[in-house]
Design a protein. Structure first.
Lengths: 711, 102
């Protein structure tokens, strides 16, 4: 088959599965997950086929797999939609297909398929004693729709289709965060996520409109692979803050990324989104949807850097992007240090790592950003799925021991390595990859490349922030591993935890393989005197997406030593501090850090700040202005005024016109007829002979008139 | 030959008898008999006029026969009505049958 046709088909199977499950299959749990996983498997197969074709095509950058059709005619031109597989799409497709498939399979075990339905479980609440999820089919329908959105976004060849996929994912994120809608926290989290990302999306839509109005197209190739258009956009003044059109549009699009990829200051929704089921956290809020924001930033890298000469100082938009990314990376890493919820640590870690990629985009490290995007998707999905497995084990322990404790609190765990060996090993691999454990793990190569780029381009502030963030990352990761798996169980529930079912552990193993192996494609040339058969394959491949192939930086010892040093130091300190935390004790950092720890634990009070700055004023405005002043006062007041006037006019009309004239006439006619009838009815005696006599009389009269008087 | 006027006088006399019967009698059967008399008075007129004025045409006789038929039907229907009224109200007196009153 044509590779273009294959690409068109990639997003469709999950959509079909969604429709079938919603319309017909939702009664049968087995059929529902068979449809969803089967459809994902088909999409995965198509994606792998397209990926293989893309790899085999020489000069994929200049000659991508592309096809498009006219969709919406707009006068003389038409909005076109289509698919495009260039090197960036190919690698994104690869990791999206793998992580989605792994998470689909994992969901079967996570939602306790094969277990009987517990009669105490209610739809909208998590099953509390290991019974099957009451809304099992609904879950698979939603994640299928999500997979459709994500795959559409990836294979799209233009910003419009990307935006459609983007919004479908936003909807699914909303639905799945609130999957257990019986919990108030989940309902609040879903609204928060939707509202927060919406802020970014509005700006993104503005950027999309600005791009369309200034270039007349939304197609990637026509804008981003076109020297003429880029130069033109870079030279046109936008009239805002002295930015060029290119700068303004890329900043507007970047705000979409800030919302979707949870960058400061719109990051607040992602930690709360952990209210959803863990596969959702892994797929949507770690591996794919939040990566889509970074994908957008990477995709529009040529627009962001239009007018920038490699080697010279950063332009204003790039500085903003790099600043936001680096700040978020460090900022979220500090919060992660003080969180006790196993999933919240990972959520802040995700924000921090996404900040890494954004910072990389900002300093012009195109390939490094894409590289970290791929490796991060694998190991963060792995970590989330591992944490889901841990929570499952802990829930089992909590249920078995009849205790009441939070199964997500790391301080209640400990010693799980014995009872959950597969989860432990894979989580350890994921954690080491996240910390950037040297040489072995994928995270090391990608993180090292970002640090090397920051160092090589002379961005000392970014380099310092990212280095510090890497240190903290290693520290909190080791803290998490130590608290969860090492030592001895701190609660009876932890000692009763057990390993999860194979449908959950198998995806962990697959993702663990990628968490190690995915980094090997990007080993820099000349690393430690090492010369691979294809030196730095990823750089060559992904770099081909750009018009000008980015230069690979020469190898340098300082960033390498920095990344090895911070990873090693962070891991060691993390292990040393948390190696002996007794049961019931507080975090060992609470005493030395004092109020700072509290500040970190409460996430710098940003939620409270936003609550006071935006949420409460919005409620106040809604209540006082919209409801009381405008709605009740003005609109209702006007309506009531009109009503009152109408009542008066009506009363007057009734009194002066209706009653005397209309009614009077009607009554007069009726009464008159009645009176006349009362007189004439006397004639109606019922005596036929009487009538006949009258008839005879009149006949006689008529006859005498005609016979006697007329002639 | 007897002049036409005699027939007309006979007819008028029979008609007046019938009319008196219809208007003056209480018994409904007697009223029906009065109607028969009036119809037959008309028949005498018709036949007399035919015989004296247009003996070559048959219309006078045809009219007379139609009136016989009508009279017979009328007597049948009228008697049936009277029997029916008698069954429900136990009377054949015309002034007692006054349901059509206001």
């Amino acid at each position: 088959m044509q590779p273009e046709l294959l690409t068109w088909l990639i997003p469709l199977p999950p959509l079909v599965a969604f429709g079938l499950i919603v319309l017909w299959a939702s009664r049968s749990n087995r059929l529902s997950h068979t449809l969803a996983v089967g459809a994902m498997l088909v999409s995965w197969g198509l994606a792998m086929a397209v990926f293989a074709i893309a790899l085999g095509r020489p000069h994929l950058g200049q000659d991508p797999i592309a096809s498009s059709v006219a969709w919406l005619p707009t006068g003389a031109t038409a909005l076109r939609v289509g698919v495009l597989v260039d090197p960036l799409t190919a690698v994104t497709l690869f990791f999206v297909a793998w992580t989605c498939l792994a998470i689909f399979v994992y969901s079967i075990g996570y939602h306790n398929f094969c277990k009987p339905r517990d009669n105490q479980d209610r739809p909208g609440l998590p099953p509390h004693a290991g019974g099957i999820e009451p809304m099992y089919a609904r879950f698979f329908a939603f994640i299928s729709l999500f997979a459709f959105g994500m795959l559409t976004l990836v294979v799209s060849d233009n910003l419009l289709l990307l935006f459609i996929g983007w919004e479908i994912m936003g909807l699914c994120s909303y639905l799945l965060i609130g999957f257990w809608y019986g919990k108030e926290s989940a309902r609040k989290a879903m609204v928060k996520a939707f509202m927060t990302t919406r802020i970014g999306d509005v700006f993104m839509l503005l950027g999309l409109a600005a791009l369309y109005s200034s270039t007349g197209t939304l197609n990637y190739r026509e804008i981003l692979y076109n020297e003429e258009v880029l130069t033109q956009l870079a030279q046109a003044a936008s009239g805002v803050l002295g930015l060029s059109m290119a700068g303004l549009i890329s900043l507007l699009l970047f705000l979409g990324t800030v919302g979707k990829s949870a960058q400061f200051p719109l990051h607040v929704w992602l930690p709360d989104a952990m209210e959803g089921p863990t596969p959702v956290s892994a797929m949507i809020h770690a591996a794919t949807m939040v990566s889509a924001g970074v994908y957008l930033a990477v995709r529009f890298f040529p627009l962001l850097t239009a007018g920038w000469n490699e080697g010279s100082g950063l332009t204003l938009p790039m500085t903003i992007v790099a600043g936001v990314g680096a700040f978020t990376a460090l900022f979220a890493a500090t919060i992660a240090v003080a969180q006790n919820d196993v999933k919240r640590v990972l959520a802040y870690s995700t924000i921090s790592q996404l900040g890494y990629m954004i910072a990389a985009v900002g300093i012009g490290a195109y390939v490094a950003a894409a590289f970290h995007l791929i490796t991060h998707a694998f190991f963060k999905a792995l970590l989330f799925l591992g944490s889901g497995s841990v929570i499952h084990g802990m829930e089992h322990g909590v249920h078995a021991t009849h205790t009441h404790l939070d199964p997500q609190d790391m301080l209640q765990m400990g010693g799980l390595r014995r009872s959950m060996p597969v989860t432990f090993i894979t989580f350890l691999i994921g954690g080491l990859a996240l910390s950037g454990f040297p040489i072995l793990t994928a995270g090391f190569w990608s993180k090292d490349e970002i640090l090397a780029e920051a160092f090589g381009t002379g961005q000392w502030v970014v380099f310092g922030a990212l280095g510090l963030a890497a240190l903290l990352t290693a520290f909190y990761t080791m803290r998490q591993i130590t608290l969860t798996f090492l030592g001895t169980p701190r609660t009876p529930a932890a000692s009763h935890a057990h390993e999860s079912v194979p449908t959950m552990t198998a995806p962990l193993v697959v993702l663990a393989a990628f968490a190690v192996g995915a980094g090997w494609v990007g080993i820099p040339d000349g690393f430690l005197g090492l010369h691979l058969p294809i030196p730095n394959w990823l750089h060559e491949f992904v770099g081909g997406t750009l018009l000008e192939h980015p230069e690979a930086l020469p190898f340098h010892w300082v960033p390498l030593l920095t990344s090895v040093g911070v990873a090693g130091l962070g891991l060691l300190v993390g292990w040393w501090v948390y190696r002996k935390v007794p049961a019931g004790a507080a975090d060992p950092l609470v005493a030395p850090l004092g109020p700072i720890h509290n500040l970190l634990r409460r996430k710098y009070y940003l939620d409270e700040l936003y609550d006071a700055l935006f949420v409460r004023p919005a409620y106040w405005l809604a209540d006082r202005v919209s409801y009381r002043l405008i709605d009740r006062g003005l609109i209702d007041g006007f309506l009531h005024g009109v009503g009152r006037v109408a009542l008066r006019v009506g009363a007057a009309l009734r009194r002066w016109i209706d009653l005397p004239i209309v009614n009077g006439f009607g009554d007069f006619v009726g009464e008159g007829i009645k009176k006349t009838g009362r007189v004439f009815r006397l004639v109606q005696t019922g005596q036929v002979q009487g009538y006949l006599v009258v008839g005879l009389l009149f006949t006689g009269l008529l006859l005498s008139y005609f016979l006697l008087i007329r002639p | 030959m007897i002049p036409l006027t005699w027939y007309l006088a006979l007819s008028a006399a029979v008609f007046c008898l019938g009319l008196y019967g219809v208007l003056g009698r209480r018994n409904a059967v007697a009223i029906l008999m009065g109607i028969e008399l009036m119809l037959n008075a008309v028949n005498i007129n018709l036949v007399a006029f035919w015989r004296y004025l247009t003996p070559s045409l048959i219309a006078g006789q045809a009219f007379a026969i139609i009136i016989f038929a009508v009279a017979a039907s009328e007597a049948a229907v009228g008697l049936a009505l009277i029997i029916s009224i008698y069954r429900s109200r136990s009377t054949v007196a015309a002034e007692d049958i006054d349901l059509m009153k206001w």
